[in-house]
Design a protein around this ligand. Sequence first.
Ligand code: CP
Length: 314
Amino acid sequence: MSWTRKHLITLEELSLTEIDQIHATAVAFKRTLSRSVKKVPALRGKTIVNLFLEPSTRTRMAFDMAAKRLSADVISLDGASSSTTKGETLRDTAQNIQALQADMIVLRHAAAGSALYISRILDIPVINAGDGAHEHPTQGLLDTFTMKERLGSLHGRKVVILGDILFSRVARSNIHALVKMGAAVTLVGPSTLVPLWFTDLGVKVSYDLRSALADAEVVMLLRIQHERQLSGHFPSLGEYTGMFGLNKTRASWLNPKAIIMHPGPINRGVEIDSELADGDRSVILEQVTNGIAVRMAVLYLCAGGQPELVMPTE
Ligand code: CP
């Protein structure tokens, strides 16, 4: 089947076939990244604008790296240095970027729905690099890619997502992808941050950390999203860490083969202790590295490429 999608806005709207196509294309691109010449000419002559109106380290740099590995020209614009600080709207900013002849926009924005909004206004492809607490599709794709590399098929695999689920776009994107891939997902955390209505998405909700961890083949930690919480959802960070932080004792409840994931940024000593974040079971930096190949696949496909082609080196 061919790839027909111009934008990547959510994983909710992607089919399992489309997720597999992105992963298969990322496998091909990952191979090119271990060559002595890492660049491929796939997007030569194209200009990609990374419009990051909310802070980012990993996503922004991985999109920069991915576009450069595809031989595209890349321009990055962040909120503090853009005319949004003078009152320019997202609509005007996006239309001006298109008028400047960009071929694609990668958008990170604090508002849920922002990427969908500009995709309906513009003629060029729009890639969602995180819209508020809604979705972070490329993070969900790189996380599931990393799980597949480690575990093979995710069908029937037990994945625990632990932390601030309510305000997490990473959790939502992972849930949509993992459920389509047949994984058994359990969400764990304080009831104020893991409401029961998440079960409508096809996952389990548990407030019993020990039994959830005992079953898990993957545990994904999420940080507390202070920037999105309008009121306290638990008494203090210390109390959260005391009840739900992953420490050595709680990690001993895990199957020894279970892997530990985190999308970053990590708050060491809050949701995860340093010795676990840096330990043998952690795949946190593998996730970051895989973010390049997965984003190369997304940029390439949304620019009109087709899945699973092996790229010649430049
Ligand atoms: N995982 C993630 O989105 O990290 P950044 O906010 O640093 O991009």
